[in-house]
Design a binder for this molecule. Sequence first.
Ligand SMILES: NC(=O)C1=CN([C@@H]2O[C@H](COP(=O)(O)OP(=O)(O)OC[C@H]3O[C@@H](n4cnc5c(N)ncnc54)[C@H](OP(=O)(O)O)[C@@H]3O)[C@@H](O)[C@H]2O)C=CC1
Ligand SMILES: O=C(O)C1=N[C@H](C(=O)O)C[C@H](O)C1
Length: 269
Amino acid sequence: MHPPVRLAVNGATGRMGRALLELLRDDSRFELKAVITSAHARQINTPVFTGDDAGTLRYSSAWPAPGVLDAVIDFSGSAGLAAALEYCETNGVALVTGTTGLDASLTQRLDNAHQRIPLLRAANFSLGVAVLTRLLREAATALRDWDLEIVEAHHGRKEDAPSGTALALGKAAADARGTTLEHDAVYVREGLTGPRPAGTIGFAVVRGGDIVGEHQALLIGQGERVELGHRATDRSIFARGAIEAAYWLAGKPAGNYDLDAMLAERRAK
Ligand SMILES: NC(=O)C1=CN([C@@H]2O[C@H](COP(=O)(O)OP(=O)(O)OC[C@H]3O[C@@H](n4cnc5c(N)ncnc54)[C@H](OP(=O)(O)O)[C@@H]3O)[C@@H](O)[C@H]2O)C=CC1
Ligand SMILES: O=C(O)C1=N[C@H](C(=O)O)C[C@H](O)C1
């Protein structure tokens, strides 16, 4: 049993931040040291928890002094993740991030971060999507010539499209087929004419209401099709996955880690 992991949550007033705090409040494996959100959030300087065991923790936009944290969990946005990455790299702190919709330069910074810190990124922290990804790799290989379409649906406040998960599923299938999304993805069909080009991977996006997150991969042949799908109905599944990842990652040497490695290590125990 190692001492509690000293943790910060970044993006703490958001949908995922709130789901994380709800679970972390009663998780004795962690000592919550900082609860960080944007400087303009109305919760800044207000108590994070209420009740008899509330403690003195307050929302803040300032990162703690060096030496205070072992790990950061980030579900914020590009600016929030950039700040978290800067802090973690400067202070040698482990970073778990689920933020999606990153531009090329932030992706590049993350790609290089493994030289300095333990880093675990996942576009989707649910166990179900980890399994869906494996199934899709197998189906995309076995049904190599079938058309592949990826359909995703999310709540109306989501900022990026297609979702990080849809892109990760597309990438997994493209890798399995020996191609790339840069070469074969079709994100928009408006203005295209003629038949569907063979080998392309199509993406379609639905946005509305309170949909937590749904992903479907359709492998479409002649006279038959395979449909693989996952439906999240509660975002606590993502929060739980990220918390397990932070506990697993804290104290590891610098490097790039993923959920598959964590799940494999746990299965082996
Ligand atoms: N990998 C996964 O499993 C999942 C990934 N996600 C991804 O996580 C991200 C967040 O999602 P969600 O919680 O729904 O989004 P929200 O918009 O609800 O939350 C984002 C939070 O980050 C805060 N924020 C903005 N800028 C900064 C900053 N510079 N520093 C710190 N905090 C900041 C926002 O504050 P304010 O509102 O004041 O701007 C807000 O509280 C998205 O990219 C989403 O796609 C979501 C679910 C699961
Ligand atoms: O923004 C969300 O809500 C979600 N985002 C992630 C994504 O972009 O794939 C994961 C999940 O589907 C919820």
